[in-house]
Each structure stands twice: as structure tokens, then as C-alpha cells.
Design a protein around this ligand. Structure first.
Ligand code: 4AD
Ligand code: MG
Length: 431
């Protein structure tokens, strides 16, 4: 007899098969016991019917508790009423373990309780759906890049210097070398990689000691940084748009069932597969001022402003050409306005926040050096980065996608802590 996955059950109609998994739910009514089994690939109702079973098997079915592990044998049948739904007529049961009383029940639990039980919460349907979407998004990003000439180039996590400002650095004691820092983004190393490989990306955990309790911030999150030689600002935005639309289509195609479990409005999501909107930072400020917001031309946006700018949009929004005073030192100065940089943030529609930060990089040795001196960066730690502008400097651009932000938007969850297996936040490190 074959051992099969629930996902493939329709291939085995009316043939006896074995499944292995866990009890999602169990209820009995007289001669019938209904057992919902999940096995990682899907879920299925198994029905133990007393007249068809010996007493021992029926008693085993009766003894099952939530999350007990088992092997169950039976015959897959079409559901009598529902299309594309299958059931298993149980013929035999082998209990692997009877689970202790399971702490997560159908009743509403507070978020704190669920986060403390994250190791168990991950088994519930919505969390399962989110992890499956995460899997698709991760590989879709890699597929897009691999198909567009990017090489994977792994950047280090322990670094001697900051990439994104010094206020959110995690420090690590590092032998006789003093203090190392956990990487905030692999970008600076990727700029090195393009000089060897032309186009590169990394994809891994990055760290920010964010003192923010917002629903969009984690202290450890996953970033995909991409970098490309000879690509300038506008072309970089084009690549970003194509990449996001590619991932969007892939998730709608592969994870429709998961999006439905999450009650995501899929029609709305489909509308995002259209040309993205582009405005300048100045235009964004004008829009906000027209709406009565008190904000200056050198200000960054808070959550409230981000929501106002994207609330009514179906497609993501690029905000480009930022004042240099509020952006990172490495961004290239706009040749048309020396107070601006050729950087862009890509905002998700409807207030889901910033998905991507990107820019063309300053490729002029002297301009970059002066900017770094002005920002009082410890120059000795960055000499290698400046070197890249001495030996065959080329125009180049790159961007970083926050994986959890992207999953958060696609799946429609309110807080990105649910989009990563074990979220790390300012007030939580367990489990
Ligand atoms: O905009 P950021 O800070 O850009 C960089 O780090 C660049 N060095 C990337 C590059 O050009 N290669 O971060 C990139 C993205 C943001 O747009 C956001 O999606 C996400 O990372 N992000 C966070 N996600 C979760 N929690 C946080 N604390 C985040 N901070 C940034
Ligand atoms: Mg940013």
C-alpha cells in the first residue's frame, strides 16, 4: 500500500492508501468519528464508521486528541456534496503519540499568548498558509534574479561598519578586533561583487536594533539586496517593478488556496499587476500638504503619511528623488539638483508600507569621500568601499527588498511578525 500526501489524494480515489500526520480536530457522533488530519501538504477529513471497523480500531479513533500523531489507512472518496473536496473512509489507525492537552484551542487567544506559543501556533491554518506563501515569495525572487543575469553573492553578517546609519546597530564583541556589528544590509559588499560578476544578489537575515513597536518593524528580518553594474536609477526602478509583478503573479498562481485561508482580497491583489505609479518626494509632500498635513520638504514620512499616500492606490508607488539630508551617504547626487539623490522607496498600496529601498550609488570617489566625511563616518573602516571608486568605477544601482514586508502586503496580514517563523522584536526573543 502506498503512503501518500494529502495534496495528491485525488490521484488515489477508491484505492486504499496510508497517510501520516497530525489530528487537527476530532468530533464524534454515535457511530461516526470525524478526524481532520493535516500532514503539511494539506488537510483532509477522515471518517471512522463503527460498523466498518473492528472494535480496537474504532476505540483508537475515539482516543485521539488534538495534535496527536498517527498513521491512518483508508480509502479516498469524493465528498458527497462539495466539489474538489475528498474524504478518507478509515480502515485502520496506528497511533504514534497521543498528544497532551493542546494549549491552543478554537477560542480566541490573545496575541501575547500566541506569540509565547509560536512553536505551536505555526501549526494553525493561517500560519501554515503564511509559511507556504513565504516559501513561494523567497523562491520567486531568486528565480527572477537568476533569470535576469544576477549571481548569488553571499555577504557577511559580522561586519566592521554600518550600512544604514549607526542608530540601529547591534554590537558583538569580536576578539582583539574590538566591536563587530550585525549587518543591516549586504549592500556595500554587493557593490564589491558587481565589480567581479556584473550583477549580484544576497538573501539572508539582517538586523536592526529598532526601538520601534510598529507592526512593520522586526529586529531580525530577511532582506534580498540586488546590485547591478551599468544600471542607472530609472532602469533599476524598472527591474524592481518587473520583479515585484513576477512575484505577485507567482503567488496568485501557486498560493490561491492560502490567500483564501487568509481571506485576502485576491481581485484587489490582481489589480496591482499593472504599471506602478511614480512621484517625486517633493510631489508627495505637496500632496500631503494639500490634505492639510503639516510637513516640510526635507521630512521623511511616518506611518500615517505613508498610509495617506497609498490608501486609495491599487498599484505600488515609487517615491523618488529624495532630499539628500534624509537619505544614506551612498546615494548618488541628482545631477539636475545637488540637494537631491537618485533614490527611490517602493510603497505597497493601501498602507502596507515600504517594500523596497533602492538607489543609484555615488560612483565619484571625491564626492563620496566628502559626503562620508560630512557624515563623520569612521573612514578607516570604509577604505575598502571607497577603493571601489578608484579602480574602474562604473555607474551602478541596487535595491533591498524586505521579505516580511512583501509577504505582509501579498497576504494582507496586519502585522509582519506573522510572516516569519520566529519573529524577533524589541520586547520578545522567546521562543
Ligand atoms: O530601505 P532600507 O533600509 O534599505 C537598505 O538597507 C539598502 N541598503 C538596501 C539596498 O539598497 N540594497 O531597507 C530595505 C527594506 C525596506 O524597504 C523594508 O522593506 C525592509 O527592508 N525593512 C524592514 N523590514 C522589517 N523590519 C525592519 N525593521 C525593516 N527595516 C527595513
Ligand atoms: Mg528605506
Amino acid at each position: 500500500m502506498e503512503t501518500v500526501l494529502i495534496h495528491n489524494i485525488s490521484d488515489y480515489l477508491d484505492k486504499e492508501v496510508k497517510l501520516r500526520g497530525w489530528v487537527r480536530n476530532v468530533r464524534s457522533s454515535g457511530k461516526l468519528i470525524f478526524i481532520i488530519i493535516r500532514d503539511g501538504s494539506g488537510e483532509l477529513q477522515a471518517i471512522a464508521f463503527k460498523p466498518d471497523l473492528n472494535e480496537e480500531t474504532f476505540n483508537k479513533a475515539k482516543s485521539l486528541t488534538l495534535e496527536s500523531s498517527l498513521e491512518i489507512t483508508g480509502i479516498p472518496k469524493k465528498h458527497p456534496k462539495k466539489q474538489d473536496v475528498f474524504e478518507l473512509a478509515v480502515t485502520d489507525i496506528k497511533i504514534i503519540q497521543i498528544a497532551a492537552e493542546y494549549p491552543i484551542s478554537k477560542k480566541e487567544h490573545g496575541t501575547d499568548f500566541l506569540l509565547t506559543h509560536r512553536h505551536l501556533w505555526l501549526r494553525s491554518s493561517k500560519q501554515w498558509a503564511l509559511m507556504r506563501i513565504r516559501h513561494t515569495v523567497y523562491y520567486a525572487i531568486c528565480d527572477f534574479l537568476n533569470n535576469n543575469g544576477f549571481y548569488r553573492f553571499d555577504s557577511p553578517i559580522l561586519t566592521p561598519n554600518a550600512c544604514e546609519g549607526t542608530t540601529t546597530l547591534f554590537e558583538v564583541p569580536y576578539f582583539d578586533e574590538g566591536t563587530a556589528y550585525l549587518s543591516q544590509s549586504g549592500q556595500l559588499y554587493l557593490e564589491n561583487g558587481i565589480m567581479s560578476l556584473g550583477r549580484v544578489y544576497d538573501f539572508g537575515p539582517v538586523f536592526r536594533a529598532e526601538k520601534s513597536k510598529s507592526r512593520k518593524h522586526l529586529t531580525e528580518f530577511w532582506m534580498m539586496d540586488a546590485e547591478a553594474a551599468f544600471v542607472e536609477h530609472n532602469e533599476s526602478m524598472q527591474i524592481q517593478e518587473e520583479l515585484i509583478r513576477f512575484v505577485l503573479r507567482k503567488v496568485i498562481k501557486d498560493n490561491l488556496a492560502d490567500l483564501n485561508i487568509l481571506e485576502r482580497d485576491v481581485e484587489l491583489l490582481r489589480k496591482a499587476d499593472a504599471p506602478f505609479k511614480v512621484i517625486t518626494h517633493k510631489q508627495a509632500i505637496d500632496l500631503l500638504r494639500d490634505k492639510g498635513i503639516n510637513i516640510g520638504y526635507e521630512d521623511d514620512f511616518g506611518a500615517e503619511e505613508e498610509t495617506m499616500l497609498t490608501r486609495d492606490l491599487d498599484v505600488p508607488l515609487f517615491i523618488e528623488k529624495w532630499p539628500k539630508s534624509i537619505k544614506a551617504f551612498y546615494m548618488k547626487r541628482d545631477p539636475k539638483d545637488r540637494n537631491l539623490v537618485l533614490g527611490s522607496d517602493l510603497m505597497a498600496p493601501r498602507g502596507f508600507g515600504e517594500l523596497i529601498g533602492g538607489s543609484q550609488r555615488e560612483d565619484d570617489y571625491h564626492l563620496l569621500k566628502q559626503r562620508m566625511i560630512d557624515e563623520k563616518l569612521p573612514m578607516a573602516q570604509y577604505q575598502w568601499y571607497l577603493d571601489l571608486r578608484l579602480y574602474g568605477s562604473v555607474p551602478h544601482s541596487g535595491f533591498g527588498i524586505g521579505l516580511e514586508r512583501l509577504i505582509g502586503w501579498l497576504s494582507g496580514v496586519k502585522h509582519i511578525r506573522e510572516t516569519i517563523p520566529f519573529p524577533r522584536m524589541i520586547y520578545r526573543i522567546y521562543p
